[in-house]
Design a binder for this molecule. Structure first.
Ligand code: ADP
Ligand code: ADP
Length: 237
């Protein structure tokens, strides 16, 4: 059940840097896909092209819901349903967890809405998202008072507040210790499973990919070198 397809899609950066060779891949509804590869392999480029944060220079991205991402309207609609989680969370450090989650929600409202008082249902949704990542009691704590793992969980709550059908996470645990990384990845996978959210996560640790992924896409030198369930990677390796 296709959710998003890249079709002969490739990315060449200015200066003729080939970051992703033209390739065709279907991302399926509800699947938890890990992009695995060393630094420079092209993971981030592929991930960001999925919502046109990076503009493909060949081929195209097709959303099952909205069609070809070949115009601003379609890209905007697709982005409104696609949440991002970053390595360095990109939260506002001196704001509270709750404020950060609300900001994520309001970013997708039109300008005139942001001038009105906060609707109660937005507040309730934001609190509910913090509850789901186990941080209900930290709603009013400032980001800079939270641990790295807690900050990343706020990042996940902010993504959830967007009520996405897809989550793109670029190296979400790269700056966390192993125990915290496992907790954060487990949480992200469980939430995506519960809500039927399609997830694409870039990682560079094979162990985490094998433990959490439904599907692993291996990248090396701007090319997909592997695309299969984790069990197959074990044999292959
Ligand atoms: P990864 O996420 O696997 O580390 P990237 O997608 O970030 O890989 O990078 C793939 C290749 O593209 C690398 O050779 C990198 O140096 C290059 N690259 C990434 N971003 C840019 C950019 N904005 N301009 C030029 N080259 C880039
Ligand atoms: P290593 O032997 O250290 O795994 P490789 O060059 O074989 O180094 O792998 C490069 C990267 O791709 C590593 O991050 C590794 O985890 C991952 N990887 C290893 N085997 C495969 C495979 N069969 N397909 C895709 N990625 C792989």
């Amino acid at each position: 059940d296709m959710m998003l397809r890249i079709e002969d899609m490739g990315v060449t950066y200015p200066g003729n840097v080939l970051a992703l060779r033209p390739t065709t891949v279907d991302f399926n509804k509800g699947e938890f896909t890990v992009l695995l590869g060393l630094s420079g392999a092209g993971k981030s480029t592929l991930l960001r092209s999925l919502n046109h944060l990076v503009q493909p220079t060949a081929g195209k991205v097709v959303s099952a819901e909205f069609g070809d991402l070949d115009n601003r309207r379609t890209v905007r609609l697709h982005r409104s349903r696609t949440a991002m989680v970053f390595q360095h969370h990109q939260l506002i450090e001196r704001h509270t967890a709750l404020q950060n989650v609300l900001t994520g929600r309001l970013a997708y409202h039109s300008t005139w809405r942001s001038l009105l008082p906060m609707p109660r249902r937005d507040l309730e949704l934001a609190l509910h998202c913090l509850e789901r990542v186990g941080l209900a009691d930290k709603a009013l704590a400032r980001i800079d008072q939270l641990s790295g793992g807690q900050q990343q969980r706020v990042g996940i709550a902010r993504a959830l507040a967007q009520q996405p059908s897809m989550i793109l996470a670029d190296e979400p645990v790269a700056s966390l210790d192993p125990a915290t990384s496992e907790k954060v990845l487990g949480l992200l996978r469980d939430i995506c499973q519960e809500d039927g959210i399609t997830a694409v996560i870039s990682l560079h640790q094979l162990e985490y990919a094998q433990r959490f992924a439904d599907r692993i896409i291996g990248l090396a030198n701007a090319r997909i070198v592997f695309d299969a369930p984790p069990a197959d990677l074990k044999q292959h390796h």
